[in-house]
Structure formats: structure tokens, C-alpha cells
Design a binder for this molecule. Sequence first.
Ligand code: ADE
Length: 225
Amino acid sequence: MKIGIIAALDCEMVEFCKDFGAKPSKYYGIYEGKCAEHDVYISLVGVGKVNAAANTQRLIDLFDVDYVINSGVAGCTCNHLGVCDVVVSKELTYHDFYPIGVLDKYAPNASVFKADEKLISLACEACENIKDDGFKFDTGMIVTGDQFVEDSNVVARLRADYNAFCTEMEGAAVAHVCVLNKVPFVVIRAMSDNADEDADMSFEEMSAVAAKRASFVSTYIISKL
Ligand code: ADE
């Protein structure tokens, strides 16, 4: 099978390159490797929705991938998880698209994008099996916007309006493009911060560790496909 991975930052893709022996392909920003019998294409996309959408479509058009995984870090917006815990996407939406209802009214007639059940269940199995130093995980709503959230008032709004478990800057755009192309996907995010006033500092300290944890979960999924 062919698996596409979307990673925004170097720290979110470096483990995949090691694990899969990935080398640069002839396409800008895309690395090719192998996991068991699967071909894996890792796209280092940069930050934000447009980068994520454009490069998800590139993976689909160039390689006809069977699955897409978006792996990386996020700001935690729920009370029951914290830094270095993991959120597996059940569904994703935008928190900065107004009015969001136009996505329901016009194409693609959906404003919430549901992740693939099989990938969700493999991700949960991964979290249960990875012994590591112990962490919590849950499956829930991930909200995406072109904004690094570092404000507890915004966190309260994301929780109240969307029941968001975490916030990041690419997931819903990846999901949106996958839905348009009927490609199954999942988003795996480990928490680098709490999206509050200390988010910047926490991100600096914890993003490498958190990104590695998200990669472990994603690698496990691929190894079981
Ligand atoms: N990615 C990691 N932390 C984030 C935050 N607080 N806001 C948006 N994206 C993030």
C-alpha cells in the first residue's frame, strides 16, 4: 500500500525519515521510504491550512496514496489531557472559518470531517501498546486555524463552541482534502502546550518530545496496515 504522511515541522517528520530510511524524492519537500511492504511518502509542508491542503492534494495526485496520516503537535484545549498526552482525531473542523455553515450549504457540504474508523482504532491500539513512560490519550474533536493559540479565553471558546480536545494549524485542511478525494485519514497530535499564555515557552521546550510521541503512534499504525 501507499501511505502519505503530512508533517508541518522538521521535528514532526524526523523520526519517520529515520524509521523508514526515507530519502528526498524528486518532488520538492517530499521524502520516500519503506515500512514493511508499504511505500511511505512524507511531505514536509510548513505551517498552516494552505500548506497542508496543497501538499495533501500533491500526495494524492503524485502518488495515489491509500491512506493519509497527519502527525504532529498541538495545544491542549481539554481538561482531562495535558502536555505530552495524545489526541487521536475522531473529527476535525476549522475554528477560524466564519460563518462555518457555508461549508455545509455549498461544496463540500460538510464542515466537520470524520476520520477513518480503522485508523482511529489502530491509533488507540498503538497508544495502549506503546509502553514508553506512560501517557494519556483520547479520541475527540481537533480544531484547526491559521493561529497559534496562546490565550486561555480562546481555549475556553474552543472548548465551549466545539468541545475541542486540542488545537493546531493543519489537521482540518488535511482532512478536508482527504474527504474531497475519498481518501481515508487520521490526525495524531501529541500535546506540546496548553494553548494558554505559557504556550510559546512550553512549545519551545516540549515540541520535539511530543512530536516524537506522535510519530511513534503513526509508525505503529502504518506497521499494522
Ligand atoms: N501547535 C502546537 N501548539 C499549538 C497552539 N497552541 N496553537 C496552534 N497550533 C499549535
